[in-house]
Design a protein around this ligand. Structure first.
Ligand code: PGA
Length: 238
């Protein structure tokens, strides 16, 4: 399974380094079988001594190799640290940073041409959820405009906007329904994200078609994130 942590705008370079080392040690000691991803802030990227199943990735980049885009980070800056996995389409970038579907598709195409793993995030806001599942799916499919769903290094994260950072998790039935509908048209692994925590990860990972989780808030402690990796290992042993 894929167990991913999104640090968002948290952690310094030094704290990120400690976190990555601690998780690596944990995975080595427990011989974890999980694919773990840690999306660190851009200032904390580094050439980590990664183990094959743990990769530190980028939360964001501008779709350019380099150039004159003041304040942005291009692929040259990611390649310096051998970054092989990126997040695209996260709801905070769509809604707070106002990224358009057009820019998101440009980023996707750029990352695809670079052949890096893409965790592509989709999900509906509260007012769309209130209209029912057909409205939810129509909204989500629009978020695939300009996206090559057949890209072989694509992973999809279904993250309802109203569940992100709010402590509210979608119900198991709602997650199952959305993942099931996505799976009818997509062959990529499907993750769930939105207030995943130690207490609910087992239940969420047990949902049909769920291949992992993308976790924000609850992953920001080594102890909690290790417990989540352990929960996935335990589940696979059952
Ligand atoms: P959360 O964030 O776990 O804090 O809800 C999830 C995400 O933004 O990917």
């Amino acid at each position: 399974m894929i167990i991913a942590s999104n640090f968002k705008t948290n952690y310094t370079r030094a704290k990120t380094d400690d976190f990555v080392i601690a998780i690596q040690d944990f995975m080595r000691t427990t011989r974890s079988k999980q694919q773990v991803r840690i999306y660190a802030p851009a200032t904390a990227l580094d050439l980590f001594d990664e183990i094959p199943s743990l990769h530190v990735g980028a939360q964001n980049f501008y779709p350019t190799q380099n150039g004159s885009y003041t304040g942005e980070i291009g692929f040259e800056q990611l390649e310096e640290f051998a970054i092989d996995t990126v997040l695209i389409g996260h709801s905070e970038r769509r809604h707070i940073l106002k990224e358009s579907q057009d820019l998101i598709a440009q980023k996707f195409n750029f990352a695809q041409a670079k052949n890096v793993e893409i965790i592509y995030c989709v999900g509906e806001p509260k007012e769309i959820r209130a209209l029912g599942i057909d409205a939810v799916m129509a909204y989500i499919w629009e978020q695939f405009e300009g996206i090559d769903i057949n890209y072989e290094r694509l992973v999809i994260a279904y993250e309802p906007v109203w569940a992100i950072g709010t402590g509210l998790t979608a119900s198991d039935d709602d997650i199952k329904e959305v993942l099931g509908r996505l799976d009818e048209k997509l062959s990529a692994p499907l993750l769930y994200g939105g207030s995943v925590k130690v207490d609910n990860i087992k239940e969420i990972l047990s949902i049909d078609k769920c291949s992992g989780v993308l976790v924000g808030t609850a992953s920001w402690s080594v102890e909690a994130f290790s417990s989540m990796i352990q929960a996935a290992d335990n589940l696979e042993k059952q």
